[in-house]
Design a protein around this ligand. Structure first.
Ligand SMILES: Nc1ncnc2c1ncn2[C@@H]1O[C@H](COP(=O)(O)OP(=O)(O)OP(=O)(O)O)[C@@H](O)[C@H]1O
Length: 231
C-alpha cells in the first residue's frame, strides 16, 4: 500500500470536516473521491500534501507521516488549484521551472510538452501570455500537465475535469486511462460521476468528512451512484 490513513480528523470552528478511522490506498490504484460540496475531499488532499495539518491522526505515505517527513515530495505530484501556478510566468517558463526541480533540461521539457499538443489544443504554448491571463480551464491544463511532467508515483488531482471544455475532458480522461500502471497511484476528486466511474478502479464516497462507501467499480457503478445522489 502507498497511503495509510489512521484516525484522521480535521476540525474547523468546532465542526469535524474530515473524520476517517482507517483508509488505505494500494499501489497502482486509480481512486475517485466523490461527495457533495463540503464533503471534505479537498481538505483530505490538503492534509495528504501537508498544506494543512490534521487535528488528530495521521497520513502515512510509503510508511512515513507526511507531516513529519519530506520523503513523499520526491514521488508525489499534484494539482489542486491555481494556487499551484506562478501567475507572472508564461506556461513555457512555468514548465521549465517545474522541470528544473525534477532535473529535466529545457529540451526534455519541450519534448514532453510536444506529446501534450492535442490536450493543449493550441491554446497554451506560444501564446505570449502570462498564466494569470489564461482562462480557468486553460490554467487547469497547465497545472495538470506540470503535475504529469514530474512522472510521479502518486498523482493527486482535485476536480481535474472542472472548467475543461468537453473535448478536453474526454482527452484528459483517455490520457489518465493511458497513464494507468502498477507504478502510478492516482487520486482524483470529481463531481462528474460519469468520468470518475470511467477512469477509476475504485470509488470512495464521502459525506460530511466520513467514508460512506468504498468499492471497486463495475458496470453497475454509475447507475448505483446516480441512484445514491438522486435520493
Ligand atoms: N480554511 C477553512 N476554514 C473553515 N472551514 C473550512 C476551511 N476549509 C474547508 N472548510 C470547510 O470544510 C468543509 C469541507 O470542505 P472541502 O473543501 O474539503 O470539501 P470538498 O468535498 O472538497 O467540497 P467541494 O466539492 O465543494 O470542493 C466545508 O464545510 C468547508 O466549508
Amino acid at each position: 500500500m502507498i497511503i495509510e490513513i489512521n484516525k484522521l480528523k480535521k476540525i474547523y470552528a468546532g465542526i469535524t470536516v474530515v473524520d476517517i478511522e482507517q483508509l488505505t490506498i494500494n499501489n497502482g490504484e486509480t481512486v475517485g473521491l466523490i461527495g457533495n460540496n463540503g464533503a471534505g475531499k479537498t481538505t483530505l488532499f490538503r492534509m495528504l500534501l501537508d498544506l494543512i495539518r490534521p487535528d488528530a491522526g495521521e497520513i502515512l505515505s510509503k510508511g512515513h507521516n507526511v507531516a513529519d517527513s519530506d520523503r513523499w515530495k520526491k514521488y508525489t505530484a499534484s494539482y489542486l488549484d491555481e494556487g499551484f501556478l506562478i501567475d507572472y510566468l508564461t506556461p513555457e517558463e512555468y514548465f521549465i521551472f517545474i522541470g528544473s526541480l525534477h532535473q529535466m533540461g529545457v529540451t526534455e521539457v519541450m519534448d514532453f510538452l510536444r506529446t501534450y499538443e492535442e490536450f493543449f489544443n493550441a491554446e497554451i504554448l506560444e501564446r505570449g501570455k502570462y498564466i494569470r491571463d489564461f482562462s480557468k480551464g486553460n490554467q487547469n491544463k497547465v497545472g495538470i500537465t506540470a503535475a504529469l511532467m514530474q512522472q510521479p508515483e502518486l498523482l493527486v488531482l482535485d476536480e481535474p475535469f472542472a472548467n475543461l471544455d468537453p473535448t478536453t475532458q474526454i482527452r484528459l480522461k483517455a490520457h489518465l486511462k493511458l497513464l494507468k500502471s502498477p507504478g502510478l497511484t492516482t487520486l482524483i476528486s470529481s463531481h462528474d460521476l460519469n468520468h470518475v466511474t470511467d477512469v477509476c478502479d475504485r470509488i470512495i464516497l464521502f459525506e460530511k468528512g466520513r467514508v460512506i462507501k468504498d468499492f471497486y467499480t463495475n458496470e453497475n457503478t454509475l447507475e448505483e451512484l446516480e441512484a445514491y445522489f438522486s435520493q
